[in-house]
Design a protein around this ligand. Structure first.
Ligand code: GLP
Length: 241
């Protein structure tokens, strides 16, 4: 595992964008696994800037997003579909048919999870998977548990996650209680992994996840076992390392 400590959020975003840009340049038809949350927004801004300068071409890129709230429609401004279009897809030349997310409007969890897992497999898995980090160590929406979940599945969100994400909704009651997420196995099958974390409130979990024991109670800790992981933190998130 490589860990880069940037001075600040901008520096973290630039390093992450460099790694993603290198992936796209080296393999223009790569499969990018993408993430939501506030942390990768600066990375997406950097990528859009490089696209606008003519340095990046997304025309052959395919994307698979980590997760989606169950029950939110695509036009709901809190859906991850909306987030990804607003922050990245609407600003670059990725073909609409190359964009993939779990379908939050599919009520049949078993059917949707099997479809999404099958799709990722049919694409040969992600060449590079971008991840954020939840305060409780979750990646995607893989919450702390007694065992690691392998494939795409439907999760009941934990209170702490609902609490952390309620800032984006009118009230905590509006935060969906369930989500579809790639499993830990799906994530671990990506060829490369890039995790970004920023801010003081992530310092403790960054330390636990990357220097503590590997256990399903801290889902991100399993990344210690992946052969090609890069963690990019800003000074605050990396302050306890
Ligand atoms: C959500 C997402 C995760 C994300 C996490 C952290 O729960 N499902 O993929 O990593 O939040 O978000 P933030 O970057 O806003 O701290």
């Amino acid at each position: 595992m490589k860990i880069y400590k940037a001075d600040d959020y901008r520096g973290m975003s630039r390093i992450a964008a460099n790694i993603i840009s290198a992936q796209i340049i080296l393999k223009p038809d790569c499969v990018l696994g993408l993430a939501t949350g506030s942390t990768p927004i600066g990375t997406y801004e950097e990528l859009v800037e490089r696209y606008n300068k003519g340095d990046l071409d997304f025309s052959a890129v395919t994307t698979v997003n980590l997760d989606e709230y169950k029950g939110l429609t695509k036009d709901n401004d809190q859906s991850y579909y909306y987030f990804m279009h607003h922050n990245l897809f609407d600003h670059v030349n990725i073909p609409a048919e190359n964009i993939n997310l779990p379908d939050g409007t599919e009520p049949d969890s078993k059917k949707e999870c099997a479809r999404y897992e099958g799709l990722i497999r049919s694409l040969g898995g992600a060449d590079l998977q971008l991840l954020g980090l939840g305060h409780n160590g979750h990646i995607g929406f893989n919450e702390p548990a007694d065992a690691f979940d392998n494939e795409t599945h439907c999760v009941d969100l934990q209170e702490s996650t609902i609490e952390a994400n309620k800032r984006f909704f009118a009230s905590a009651d509006d935060v969906p209680r369930q989500a579809y997420t790639m499993g830990i196995g799906t994530i671990m099958r990506a060829k490369k992994i890039l995790l970004v974390a920023s801010g003081k409130d992530k310092a403790e979990i960054v330390k636990r996840a990357f220097t503590g024991p590997v256990c399903p109670q801290v889902p991100a800790s399993i990344l210690q076992l992946h052969p090609d992981v890069t963690v990019v933190v800003d000074a605050e998130a990396g302050s306890l390392l």
